[in-house]
Design a protein around this ligand. Structure first.
Ligand SMILES: [Zn+2]
Length: 210
């Protein structure tokens, strides 16, 4: 995630909207938007330049920061870069063209788990469960329903600890069901025991903002 300025919308009082390939009048020189982008690499630098009057004062600059996030595809596991404002618009994978969010949790094995944990730039909520565990099965429908609510801010993943004992050991899972919320590959919160849909959503949302 970064806050680099990806595009500018420029309006000048006299000449109307300027496009990327238009030139912008600076106080002492004429520069082109690409040069402007190069010169003021970050939003804060550009904002500073505007406030200090380095840009022609007749021009108003509206910046789009166009923050984009890495999202790992649940189908082919390709890493996609999705503009943040497009997250809610059913984005599709550039590699397999399937939807990046399906309102269903993803069942992952050892081979792809770390990729999702470390490359997703949204939080990842993992349900560590097992087929023999009654409470786990009881919570499964709530976890599935919560997915529809928590996506695309949070990716919901299921790990079958019986089939993936290595993952359970590595993440120190002592009892199940255990929910663990990760952000940037690091565990932020953990909850053991059954939660209903409402509590689960509230718990995830609360810890996701911290
Ligand atoms: Zn894909």
């Amino acid at each position: 995630m970064d806050n680099e300025v990806k595009s500018f919308s420029l309006w000048c009082n006299e000449s109307g909207e300027l496009a990327w390939n238009s030139k912008i009048i600076m106080r002492h020189s004429v520069i082109y938007p690409m040069q402007l982008q190069k010169k003021y690499k970050s939003l804060s630098l550009l904002t500073k330049a505007v406030s200090q009057g380095f840009l022609a004062n007749k021009c108003e600059i509206k910046m789009k920061t166009a923050i984009s996030l890495h999202i790992v595809c649940p189908h082919c596991h390709a890493i996609n870069r999705v503009p943040q404002e497009r997250l809610d618009a059913s984005p599709k994978c550039g590699a397999c063209h399937l939807k990046l969010f399906t309102a269903q949790p993803i069942e992952l094995t050892e081979s792809h788990f770390n990729r999702h944990l470390s490359h997703n730039e949204i939080s990842v909520l993992v349900d560590f469960w097992a087929p023999w565990c009654g409470p786990c099965k009881m919570m499964a429908p709530a976890f599935a329903k919560a997915t529809a609510i928590l996506e695309p801010k949070i990716r919901l993943i299921k790990v079958n600890t019986e089939e993936q004992p290595g993952l359970a050991t590595r993440h120190n899972i002592r009892s199940i069901p255990t929910l663990a919320l990760f952000s940037g590959g690091k565990e932020k919160a953990r909850q053991t025991g059954v939660m209903d849909e409402q509590d689960l959503v509230r718990w995830a949302q609360t810890h996701n903002t911290q």
